[in-house]
Ligand binder design. Structure first.
Ligand SMILES: Nc1ncnc2c1ncn2[C@@H]1O[C@H](COP(=O)(O)OP(=O)(O)OP(=O)(O)O)[C@@H](O)[C@H]1O
Ligand SMILES: [Mg+2]
Length: 377
C-alpha cells in the first residue's frame, strides 16, 4: 500500500515544496540583506512553508521561528520565544545565554516524543506578572545568539495576535524599538489576517509603520502548481484530466492547503477504483468525504453562532461577500438593517470564520462554504 503523496495542514519539507521562484528570490534577498519583512496572506496559503524553505537555502543561517498564535500575556510571549530556540544546536551554550538574558526563567530540556528531538520547556517564576519590558530581555537573547559566523533569522508567525495581548501598545512599542537596534538580524513578521497586519505595518502612526518591507503571498503565486499536482497523481499511476484538476482547485477556492486536502481525498478514492481514472464526478465524491471528515467541526460552528450570523454566512455562501450592506444582500439574508449585517460579519471575521480580502468577505475555509450550500442550513 503506497502512501498518500498529498500533504496538508503542516509545513511542507524540501522534497514536497512546489517552487515559488519569484517569492523565494524576493524573500531571500531581503533576509540576506538583513531587511525586515512583513508577510501577509490568507490562511493555508503557504506562508510558513515559504519562510522555512527560503531560510534553509541561506548559508550559515539558523531560523528561529516562533508561532504567536493566541498569545495573551507576556509570559505566553516569553514561553513561545524560548521554545522557538529548539533550532539552535549547541544546547549547553544556549541554556547559559537564556539564563543570562532572562534571569527569572527556568528552562528544562526534554525530548519531543514524536520526533525524538531535544526541546526546551521554559517556566517563569510565577510570583509576579512579566512586565512589557521583558521584551528587551528577549531582544538581548536574540542578539547574543547572532554571534560569529552564525546568522540568525527570527520569524514571528501570526504576529497580528500580539495586538490582542494585554498591554499590547507598550509591548509593541518596546519590540519596535528593540528590533531597530538589532539591525543585523532580519525579522520576518508573518500573519494570516490581512487587515490586522495592515493595521500594524501599513497605516500611518501604527507601531510598525514603515519598519518592514511588505510581501503579500497570493494563492496562485507558484511556478507551476497544476504541474506539481498532476505529477503527484501520475507518480501514483492515477489518471486525471486537466478539467478535473481545475475543478478540484476551484472547489478549494485556489487555496494550496485546501487543494492538497481535496487531492488527498481524491487519491484515497482512486485506490478503490480500477482502472484508476478520476472524473469530475469522482472529485465531487471526494469532496463529500471531506465533508464527512470535517462535519463535526462545521456543526460546532453553526451551534456557536447567532441566527443573524448564520443568515449572513448563508448569504455570503450564495452571493459572495462583496456588498453585504446592499439591498439585495439584506433582502436575501432576511436582515432589516445594514448595520446588523455589518455587526454579524465583524463577529464572523473576529472568529476567523470569514476573512477580509481585497474582493470583499470570503469564507476562510472553502469546504465549509461548500458544505453550507450542500446541507442548506
Ligand atoms: N510550496 C508549497 N508546495 C506545496 N504545498 C504547499 C506549499 N505551500 C503550502 N502548501 C500547502 O499548504 C499547506 C499549508 O502550508 P503552510 O502551513 O505553510 O501555510 P500557512 O499560510 O502558514 O498556513 P496557516 O495560515 O495555517 O499558518 C501545506 O500543508 C501544503 O498542503
Ligand atoms: Mg503558518
Amino acid at each position: 500500500m503506497s502512501v498518500n503523496p498529498f500533504l496538508y495542514g503542516s509545513i511542507v519539507g524540501p522534497e514536497n515544496f512546489c517552487p515559488r521562484t519569484r517569492l523565494q528570490k524576493r524573500l531571500s534577498s531581503l533576509m540576506r540583506s538583513g531587511q525586515n519583512v512583513a508577510m501577509a496572506g490568507p490562511r493555508r496559503v503557504g506562508k510558513s512553508s515559504l519562510i522555512h524553505h527560503t531560510a534553509s537555502s541561506i548559508r550559515n543561517a539558523t531560523l528561529v521561528y516562533a508561532d504567536l498564535w493566541g498569545v495573551r500575556t507576556m509570559s505566553d510571549f516569553v514561553r513561545r520565544c524560548v521554545q522557538s530556540l529548539d533550532a539552535i544546536a549547541d544546547k549547553a551554550t544556549l541554556l547559559q545565554k537564556i539564563t543570562n538574558a532572562l534571569p527569572g526563567l527556568t528552562v528544562t530540556l526534554g525530548v519531543d516524543p514524536m520526533t525524538g528531538n531535544p526541546t526546551l520547556s521554559p517556566t517563569l517564576a510565577a510570583r509576579r506578572k512579566a512586565p512589557p519590558e521583558t521584551v528587551s530581555q528577549i531582544a538581548r537573547l536574540w542578539a547574543s545568539l547572532a554571534d560569529g559566523k552564525r546568522k540568525i533569522i527570527v520569524a514571528l508567525d501570526e504576529f497580528q495576535d500580539l495586538a490582542g495581548m494585554e498591554d499590547a501598545n507598550q509591548v509593541l512599542g518596546v519590540l519596535r524599538q528593540e528590533i531597530q537596534t538589532l539591525n543585523k538580524i532580519p525579522f520576518c513578521f508573518c500573519g494570516s489576517i490581512r487587515n490586522e497586519m495592515w493595521r500594524l505595518f501599513a497605516t500611518d502612526g501604527a507601531p510598525f509603520y514603515k519598519s518592514a518591507a511588505i510581501l503579500e503571498i497570493a494563492a496562485d503565486d507558484f511556478d507551476d502548481w497544476t504541474g506539481y499536482l498532476r505529477k503527484k497523481f501520475a507518480d501514483s499511476r492515477i489518471k486525471i484530466d486537466d478539467e478535473t484538476l481545475e475543478q478540484i482547485i476551484r472547489l478549494a477556492d485556489g487555496n494550496p492547503g485546501d487543494t492538497q486536502q481535496l487531492c488527498a481525498a481524491v487519491w484515497e478514492f482512486a485506490q478503490t477504483r480500477s482502472p484508476r481514472t478520476i472524473s469530475q464526478e469522482h472529485a465531487k465524491q471526494a469532496l463529500l468525504q471531506v465533508f464527512a471528515d470535517e462535519r463535526k467541526g462545521y456543526e460546532q460552528i453553526i451551534a456557536d453562532i447567532s441566527g443573524q450570523q448564520l443568515a449572513v454566512l448563508r448569504t455570503i455562501a450564495q452571493m459572495g461577500g462583496e456588498s453585504i450592506q446592499s439591498a439585495e444582500f439584506l433582502g436575501t439574508a432576511g436582515i432589516t438593517h445594514a448595520s446588523s449585517a455589518k455587526a454579524a460579519a465583524t463577529r464572523l471575521v473576529s472568529r476567523r470564520i470569514l476573512q477580509e480580502t481585497s474582493a470583499g468577505l470570503k469564507f476562510s475555509n472553502p469546504f465549509f462554504r461548500n458544505w453550507l450550500l450542500h446541507v442548506r442550513y
